[in-house]
Write a protein that binds this ligand. Structure first.
Ligand SMILES: C[S@@+](CC[C@H](N)C(=O)[O-])C[C@H]1O[C@@H](n2cnc3c(N)ncnc32)[C@H](O)[C@@H]1O
Length: 198
């Protein structure tokens, strides 16, 4: 397992430990969890999350390409350190790197594709925890969040964080909170959110 500082595709330091600490405070059996990170890019947040919990199954999903062909709406993608948009070739490298890093984990699968297609492969009420790092055009986000909602177990959790580059964060939270049986875990703050499907 490589040390944090050597991770090639490090992203913003998402305080994912706030969520895993919260699960621990409830004594949840996270070893039985089925989890996913959608819009995971190089999987750095998943990599860190998997230091704290060991879910039974964890899926790392990203399109690993710049444009979203689904409805021809734009994937806002992600930006390299010098400020330019990543190209599809960069994304190929990110994909290969992520696959390679997680090849050592028996419980992890890296899935290339649109989150909406990936999630729809699973039955409704399947995931204990879906973490979203997706950065897309707001209308598309609404559609994706409906799927996220359907695929989360009753009693399961949905998390995410604000993205500086788009209105995604507020839209994600607002969209999900419109479902009557979704409540916000108010203890989780600090640039990260956690919702529960009750
Ligand atoms: C800000 S980056 C995510 C960073 C990552 N969550 C982390 O913590 O390192 C946003 C990602 O969302 C991905 N993305 C955008 N639309 C997507 C979609 N429809 N399905 C899956 N991933 C998508 C982009 O390719 C990009 O890698």
């Amino acid at each position: 397992m490589i040390p944090y500082q050597d991770y090639k595709y490090k992203s913003t330091l998402i305080p994912i430990n706030l969520i895993t600490d919260y699960f621990k405070s409830l004594n949840l059996n996270t070893d039985d969890f089925i989890t996913t990170e959608i819009g995971a890019f190089g999987g750095y947040t998943s990599y860190r999350m998997l230091h704290y919990i060991t879910p039974k199954e964890h899926y790392i999903n990203d399109t690993y390409e710049f444009y979203d062909k689904w409805n021809h709406l734009k994937n806002f993608g992600t930006w390299n350190r010098s400020g330019g948009n990543l190209t599809n070739k960069d994304f190929d490298d990110v994909y290969k790197y992520t696959k390679n890093i997680f090849s050592e984990y028996n419980n992890v699968k890296v899935v290339k594709g649109y989150a909406q297609d990936f999630l729809n492969e699973f039955p409704d009420n399947y995931f204990d925890f879906i973490f979203s790092g997706i950065n897309v055009e707001p209308n598309l986000l609404t559609n994706i969040m409906k799927i996220v909602y359907d695929k989360t177990k009753i009693g399961g959790y949905i998390g995410g964080y604000p993205l500086i580059t788009s209105p995604t964060y507020h839209k994600t939270v607002k969209t999900l909170l419109k479902y009557p049986n979704v409540k916000r875990i108010s203890k989780i703050k600090n640039n990260i959110f956690l919702l529960k499907k009750v």
